[in-house]
Design a binder for this molecule. Structure first.
Ligand SMILES: [Zn+2]
Length: 276
């Protein structure tokens, strides 16, 4: 066995208080403060306060969604998919955390509930993907010769415009409800149809004040996805469904002793190195 970047059997400094997060997942100890449905092929952005729980769902069945996260007060601190991939794995589920970029490197959210399958598919695909990124109009033009204006990059950009952010703030995503992997022959990224059913969900606990944005992908449930020119988008169109967002306040007693995570403290990185 090669050296693992993080050994799940020996979490060390990444160890979680699983009992704490388990209590947060109790639906009897929370009250809903926000509910929203994102129509097919569109996006939405909303704040989640530190200490709240947010549920992302598939209210009408299988649909993949692309998630972005920012610090609500400082959008330079945003979700870092590649470091999260190293720290948690290429696919995430309950107990994983989504980490922020440098120079912050702290948990933005902790996943506390997931109703999707966690076992790999016969092809080795797993759900909630950190390997790929959002679809965007530039790659559609590059590979398919069409200017598609409802890609996840478009949808996320439109969603964050009222928050004074632009497409330059949109970043690599968590592909929620999306099953992916790397093919064993070439190591090339693949996507499988989403297994999400009506009412499935992924829940996270906000470790800091967040701006979240979520796009209902124009490739729908990915069952008809492909790059063949001319028809792929039209076939995928028919599989598109809405996505659900809910935010909850949790019972204050559940948060006793919890504090938002702090960033690791290091010497100023551009300073001259210490001799020796
Ligand atoms: Zn997409």
């Amino acid at each position: 066995m090669p050296n693992l970047y993080r050994d799940p059997a020996n979490p060390g400094r990444l160890a979680l208080d699983l009992a704490f997060y388990g209590r947060l997942a109790d639906p009897a100890r929370r009250s809903r403060v926000l509910q929203h449905t994102i129509p097919p092929r569109s996006g939405w952005a909303w704040p989640v306060q530190a200490g709240q729980v947010c549920r992302l769902s598939t209210p009408e069945g299988a649909q993949v969604g692309d998630l972005n996260l920012w610090n609500l007060h400082n959008p330079r601190e945003r979700f870092w998919a590649s470091r999260t991939r190293q720290l948690q794995g290429a696919h995430v589920t309950t107990g994983a955390r989504l980490w922020s970029c440098l120079p912050y490197l702290r948990p933005m959210v902790t996943l506390i509930a997931d109703t999707l399958p966690t076992a790999p598919t016969p092809h080795g695909g797993r759900c909630h993907d950190l390997l790929g990124t959002r679809c965007d109009p530039y790659v559609y033009q590059l590979l398919d010769g069409r200017d598609l204006d409802v890609t996840c990059h478009n949808n996320l950009t439109r969603a964050v415009a009222p928050w004074h952010l632009t497409e330059l703030d949109v970043h690599d995503v968590l592909n929620v409800f999306q099953v992916t992997g790397l093919d064993p022959v070439h190591g090339v990224y693949f996507m499988e149809a989403s297994p999400a059913k009506r009412g499935d969900y992924l829940e996270f606990f906000a470790e800091q004040d967040l701006l979240c944005a979520f796009s209902a992908c124009p490739s729908g449930d990915l069952s008809a996805w492909g790059w063949e020119p001319g028809s792929n988008v039209d076939r995928a169109w028919a599989t598109c469904k809405p996505l659900g967002v809910e935010v909850y306040d949790v019972a204050p007693a559940l948060l006793t002793g919890w504090r938002p995570p702090e960033s690791p403290q290091v010497r100023p990185v551009g300073d001259a190195p210490v001799a020796g």
